[in-house]
Ligand binder design. Structure first.
Ligand code: NAD
Length: 364
């Protein structure tokens, strides 16, 4: 899995006295100390962590940030008792206190409060609560905002308009709900969505604000009064114009990709599909916006927070960077007959190699 870009290091952390087991992967630091989320889940793996760290390297370089890519995972139930969760996160941060080339950020299973614990423990975290100088990126929907702009740019390569476009979002969480909010405010119609407990479909359109309130009350989208309920997996079969994966990695693969009926797919989740699935969609003339271009809003916001920028400057920067990158990638893909991912990889790797050539060491 290693190549000329990384990983620079992989660190395993264990502290049996509190049931702590975690991994840090620092993939590449040529452009600066790595930023990447801390994921808390029971079913993560070293391989997943390595792939996610690489996605951060590519994402941060593509966005022109002065940060490399890294990722950390904690093997634990994110719904553990709050005291246990805090102990595990503080313990993990403490164990990594000297790894100054990694800056913690929030990811699945962790949030702003968790980042406040890390900051308190070791002074190195982004995605903090506003009370301690953070820009609450999940509350304001930084990633959803970026996805919205990536989709708007991509529309010039599609045969439909945003107004009236049918939208399906898999995973109505921090990324999914804000993408739904921004896109429907501009005329898209959310016809289907899901969370880990099931899916909801209504061809006449679902009420985004009502679903957001439902989720805030700790319920599932399947508790909405209207709409057809189904398995969590059922969003794959919902016909639409825009499909956004915003849940887990590898949800689309060679075994199920033929079920998808959409024209544009904007990757909200990290590594949501296999390369084979992406190639299949390309052959079917479905435009796929790669994760590390389309979902960079969160990390751009985090990097802006690290530079002590204001929330409005952060949102403006997300819009500018994601619009520019999406335009560049789609133009290059179009004129060279490449998958957008291939074009994006070429651009990003070129920037990283250049940064590496300017350094003596690419670790520490
Ligand atoms: P989240 O935990 O807030 O939301 C995830 C949602 O997906 C939840 O509603 C959950 O119930 C749902 N889900 C889980 N398993 C599912 C399944 N099998 N089928 C359908 N829904 C399922 O997480 P998030 O912050 O929104 O992140 C979602 C994805 O986006 C992750 O892959 C994350 O790495 C990626 N991402 C997040 C950000 C960010 O700013 N939060 C930035 C870039 C990428």
């Amino acid at each position: 899995m290693a190549d000329e870009l990384g990983p620079a290091k992989i660190i395993y952390v264990q502290e049996p006295s509190i049931g702590l087991k975690g991994i840090l992967v620092v993939d590449n630091v040529a452009t600066g100390p790595s930023i990447g989320g801390l994921r808390m889940a029971e079913d993560v793996s070293t391989e997943e962590c390595i792939r996610l760290a690489r996605a951060m390297t590519l994402k941060n370089a593509a966005a022109g940030l002065s940060h490399g890519g890294g990722k950390s995972v904690l093997f634990a139930d994110p719904k553990s008792q709050p005291e246990k969760k805090e102990t595990l996160i503080r313990g993990f941060a403490h164990a990594l206190r000297r790894e100054s080339d990694y800056i913690f950020g929030p990811d699945m299973g962790t949030n702003e409060e968790c980042m406040a614990w890390v900051k308190d423990e070791i002074g190195r975290a982004v995605g903090l609560p506003s009370e301690i100088g953070g820009i609450p990126l999940d509350t304001i929907g930084a990633t959803g905002w970026g996805l919205f702009h990536a989709v708007k740019v991509a529309l010039s390569y599609c045969d439909f308009e945003l107004d009236g476009a049918r939208l399906v979002i898999q995973g109505f969480g921090a990324v999914g709900k804000h993408a739904a909010r921004f896109l429907t405010e501009q005329g898209a119609v959310l016809v289907g969505t899901s969370d880990s407990r099931g899916s909801l479909y209504d061809p006449d359109g679902l009420e985004v604000e009502a679903l957001i309130e439902l989720k805030a009350a700790g319920k599932s989208v399947i508790h909405a009064p209207r709409g057809r309920k189904g398995d969590a997996d059922a969003t794959i079969d919902m016909e639409c114009d825009i499909w956004i994966p915003a849940a887990r990695p590898d949800v689309l693969h060679e075994g199920n990709i033929h079920r998808l009926r959409t024209k544009l797919l904007a990757q909200g989740a990290n590594i949501p599909m296999t390369y084979g699935a992406e190639q299949y969609l390309h052959q079917q003339a479905v435009l796929v916006l790669p994760d590390f271009i389309a979902n960079a809003g969160g990390v751009i916001c985090a990097a802006m927070e690290y530079q002590k920028a204001s929330q409005s400057v952060a949102m403006q920067t997300i819009e500018e960077k994601i619009r520019k990158n999406t335009e560049e990638v789609l133009a290059m893909a179009d004129s060279n007959g490449l998958l957008p991912r291939e074009a994006a990889l070429q651009l990003s790797r070129k920037r990283i190699r250049k940064a590496m050539s300017l350094k003596r060491w690419n670790i520490f």
